[in-house]
Write a protein that binds this ligand. Structure first.
Ligand SMILES: [Zn+2]
Ligand SMILES: [Zn+2]
Length: 200
């Protein structure tokens, strides 16, 4: 068997790298989330632990763990991964998330796609990302635990206030997760409305 080690190249600037998919120069420029952010929903904060919204009405999830702000070039990478079906980007996004979260969940639930969306796309991007978190932290994925039962409009296409309504009653969960710490994995978080069953 012949093996030839081709130098790996940075997916952003095409410079040769040691073994990284993104070179160190590009990595340092990535739009990481600011350290000062709401402990619950991760919106950037000037000061304090929780944002005003979470203080007034605590969200139904404990916290949001994320890596990047949805800015260039991360937005372009996610777009290419999801809509351009560049599955080779799954390790880039998955490893980045895995590296920034501590294990602390009992199960990972990838945000489900509606059946029609799933068959159009051919894969669930949230599941592809979750695989890397699962492997790194030894947390099992329960992919069949929750289902999306109605087709919704893409959250990003809607005005802020319409997003909660758009996803209300869109998901059904028929796995008993009682007593378990569940981490829902998704590629993009906008308002977190998908995780808030009754909140407007
Ligand atoms: Zn680069
Ligand atoms: Zn908040």
């Amino acid at each position: 068997m012949m093996q030839r080690a081709l130098p790996r190249r940075c997916i952003l600037c095409d410079a040769p790298t040691q073994d990284e998919r993104i070179c160190l120069d590009c990595d340092i420029e990535l739009p990481r989330l600011p350290l000062a952010r709401c402990a619950a929903c991760a919106v950037p904060l000037a000061s304090g632990e929780l944002c005003g919204t979470c203080l007034r009405a605590p969200p139904s999830f404990e916290r949001v763990l994320g890596v990047f702000a949805y800015d260039f070039p991360v937005d372009a990478l996610i777009h290419a991964f999801k809509y351009g079906r560049r599955l080779s980007l799954a390790p880039v996004l998955g490893e980045a998330l895995a590296g920034s979260v501590a294990s602390g969940a009992d199960v990972l639930v990838p945000m489900p796609l509606a059946p029609r969306r799933l068959s159009e796309r051919g894969f669930n991007q949230a599941l592809e990302i979750a695989r890397f978190v699962s492997r790194r932290h030894g947390i099992p994925i329960v992919a069949a635990g929750c289902r999306k039962v109605t087709e919704t409009l893409p959250q990003a296409a809607l005005p802020w206030k319409a997003r909660a309504k758009n996803v209300r009653r869109a998901f059904v969960c028929d796995t008993p997760f009682n007593g378990l710490r569940v981490a829902v994995v998704d590629d993009v978080l906008t308002t977190g409305a998908s995780l808030q069953p009754g909140r407007r």
